[in-house]
Write a protein that binds this ligand. Structure first.
Ligand code: SOE
Length: 392
């Protein structure tokens, strides 16, 4: 542990993302020499029993049943937003105006208009030394950070193709229950915003290029699902029976779009929760004039690299991203011992805490996340207009 000044955190929400963030806040100072020491000061949730149980399990020191109270507390420096998208704008803007740093889960908001208001608040706050970060945590996966390093070093040459897929299968069962992720009023969109947004952010960040236009298709395969339970979580396999009352799915189950990037590459993106057997296949492939890179989160410690300067039959080289010189890796285990899903969140905490201590705005900023939101909106507009080309 450090003897650094405390950074007192208040987290809103405590489900899947709340658990991942709690783990990150607890773990970061144990493996990284942080300039500020995160303290898990309070967690907020509407259900008192639920939030108390979560606080005990996840290691928070106190609870609130109203996020507003968390923001009023003067023993809290940073608000961590782990709630569905419909609440992000209100909580983030209130927190920033109250002088609290903000970590907000992705996608930033449920609309471009909300994301714009959040960005205005974030930029005003940054001038007062109050910073914000959007939780596109895959940027902090060592293999993807290494991919960016390779692109920056020019090892791919000029990038021609971006191929991005995010494939899951947790909705394949038509009787898997409704969750908030399937309710547009809560989540903003479906596979597009939940997982496609990660691909958009990662592709743009790694290539250093922005998407300028898209042509898209969205599809909802199962229009109604059993209303079993409290709409929380990823759902799962159906056991509600055929007689259970059903609720309407109001988001896309799958999204496909083609894209142009401002530096010349063309891209194809696919996001779905119906790819049976694909559990968390967040995949990215880049083809350039000098080489290609390929990544699949299901093998998250591996980055595949094809170097055109080598003999063609050398094929793709599988780089095991577990060397101390690889991004973030040196603080963990000896060479060859890989990392997991949770480490991206821990690295996110490390980077945010470091930026706060150094009095600078970290990336991805709310402005970066607003641009992703604009891509999401362009995809929805294109799909609603027979896949017509839509500028971002
Ligand atoms: C569910 O599809 C989900 O948990 C996303 O919400 C996360 O952002 C992604 O990391 C894993 O899948």
């Amino acid at each position: 542990m450090t003897s650094a000044k405390p950074l007192r955190v208040g987290m809103v929400g405590y489900a899947f993302m709340g658990a991942a963030h709690s783990h990150a806040w607890r773990t970061a100072p144990r493996f990284f020499d942080l300039p500020l020491e995160p303290q898990l000061t309070a967690v907020a949730g509407r259900n008192e029993d639920g939030v108390r149980a979560a606080a005990n399990k996840l290691g928070w020191n106190s609870v609130e049943t109203d996020w507003r109270r968390l923001i009023e507390r003067d023993d809290i420096d940073l608000i961590d937003i782990c709630t569905p998208g419909d609440t992000h704008a209100e909580i983030a803007i209130a927190a920033l105006e109250a002088g609290k740093h903000v970590l907000c889960e992705k996608p930033l908001a449920n609309s471009v208009e909300e994301a714009e208001r959040m960005t205005v608040a974030a930029e005003a706050a940054a001038k007062r030394g109050v910073f914000s970060l959007c939780g596109f945590s895959y940027r902090r996966t060592p293999a993807l950070a290494l991919a960016r390093r390779f692109v920056e070093q020019g090892r791919l040459g000029t990038i021609r193709h971006v191929r991005a897929q995010y494939l899951q299968d947790w909705l394949s069962d038509e009787n898997a229950p409704m969750t908030w992720r399937l309710d547009k009023s809560k989540s903003g969109s479906g596979s597009l915003g939940d997982i496609g947004a990660h691909s958009i952010d990662a592709a743009q960040w790694i290539t250093g290029q922005k998407i300028t236009g898209v042509s898209a298709l969205l599809e909802t395969f199962v229009a109604e699902r059993p209303l079993a339970g409290d709409l929380v979580g990823l759902g799962g396999h159906g056991d509600a029976g055929n007689d259970a009352p059903r609720g309407s799915v109001t988001v896309d189950d799958a999204a496909i779009f083609s894209a142009r990037f401002d530096g010349g590459p063309i891209g194809v993106f696919e996001a779905t929760r119906y790819a049976l057997g694909r559990k968390n296949a967040m995949r990215l492939e880049l083809n350039g004039t000098k080489g290609s890179l390929a990544f699949d989160f299901e093998e998250m410690n591996v980055l595949s690299f094809y170097d055109a300067a080598e003999s063609p039959d050398a094929g793709f080289r599988r780089i095991f991203v577990t060397e101390p010189e690889h991004p973030y890796v040196g603080n963990w285990w000896p060479t060859g011992h890989g990392l997991g899903y949770e480490h991206g969140f821990t690295h996110q905490v490390v980077d945010f805490v470091t930026a706060i201590a150094e009095d600078r705005q970290p990336e991805p900023s709310f402005a970066d996340a607003l641009q992703v939101q604009q891509v999401l909106a362009a995809v929805e507009d294109s799909a609603a207009n027979s896949s017509q080309w839509q500028k971002v």
